[in-house]
Design a protein around this ligand. Sequence first.
Ligand SMILES: [Zn+2]
Length: 120
Amino acid sequence: MKCHKCKTDIKEGEQRDHHEGILCEDCYIDVLYPAKFCDPWADFAAKSFIEHNLDIDINENQSKILRVLKETGGVEPIGLMERLKGQVSPEDGERECAALNRMGKIRIENRDGSVMIRLA
Ligand SMILES: [Zn+2]
């Protein structure tokens, strides 16, 4: 089969399912990261959320993400999604990570093009 994005041949078992289609691992990482983590709209949404909810509580998906980060001490986005497979969709995971980042619960570090998510 071929990657939906870069059209490379993907070996059996190495394909990643994404709502845009079957992707190779490289494209899958590209899709998961990074644009939305820096999304100004997400930033705005989280800030206004915090302003209106001073007593904020994290939701169930966010607590699952925090638990993985606590257990691993830090993980790449793709590793996080693998650990949450079947529990949290990649889209939700991405959104919750952006929200947690804005809340100051986690740090998303970009080092030489590789991304690590850690507890703040
Ligand atoms: Zn690809």
